[in-house]
Write a protein that binds this ligand. Structure first.
Ligand SMILES: [Zn+2]
Length: 194
């Protein structure tokens, strides 16, 4: 009985982790992160950063597609007689698919969205225009919002999601944190300031 429960938990954890492997692992290598300051320092806004948001969005989508793996392996395990392990895999895969599907019904979206990339672009456009916050605008994306590096004015109330940089809390702890947060920002937006 206990081994059955353990098999189920192992299957569930594995099935939950699989769809998250693309964004936890692929984006973490050093070459992919050249040109970005180390986590958790603020990142200057640039077309490269906007591109990164879109890359991360793609990794998350790839993860959603990878959900087919726990579903398939779960099904095969159930057929093959290792049914508790299979149920765990199957349930975790289905769970992930359902939670991703919520976005279609107006629920929480993926951590990195097209809208986010567009908002970054808007901030850059304004910084280049006459409406800029100060004479030498340096928009930077901090953990809790986009602020100007010169005059500290908040330019966009948008917490930074995980952007694939290696984390300062290390590979395992950082990876665990990513697994739990799913790449969403773990800071709450600032209180409104005047
Ligand atoms: Zn400024």
């Amino acid at each position: 009985m206990i081994s059955a429960v353990l098999y189920f938990i192992a299957g569930f954890l594995l099935g939950h982790l699989m769809p998250r492997v693309p964004f936890i692992l692929i984006s973490r290598n050093a070459g992919f992160n050249k040109g970005f300051p180390p986590h958790p320092e603020p990142i200057p806004l640039s077309p490269r950063l906007t591109q990164r948001v879109l890359h991360m969005r793609w990794f998350h989508r790839l993860g959603t597609m990878t959900t087919a793996l726990p579903l398939l392996f779960g099904y095969l395990s159930i057929l093959g007689g290792q049914s508790t392990f299979g149920y765990g895999l199957f349930l975790a895969g289905g769970w992930t698919l359902l939670s991703r599907g919520q976005a279609l019904l107006g629920g929480p979206t993926l951590p990195c969205t097209l809208e986010m990339a567009q908002r970054l672009q808007m901030v850059m456009n304004i910084a280049d225009s006459e409406d800029a916050c100060c004479s030498h605008p340096q928009p930077q994306w901090w953990m809790e919002s986009v602020r100007c590096g010169s005059c500290s004015k908040k330019l966009e109330d948008m917490p930074q999601p995980d952007l694939g940089r290696p984390r300062k809390d290390g590979f395992f702890l950082g990876g665990l944190r990513l697994w739990i947060s799913d790449g969403h920002s773990m800071v709450l937006p600032d209180e409104p300031q005047n």
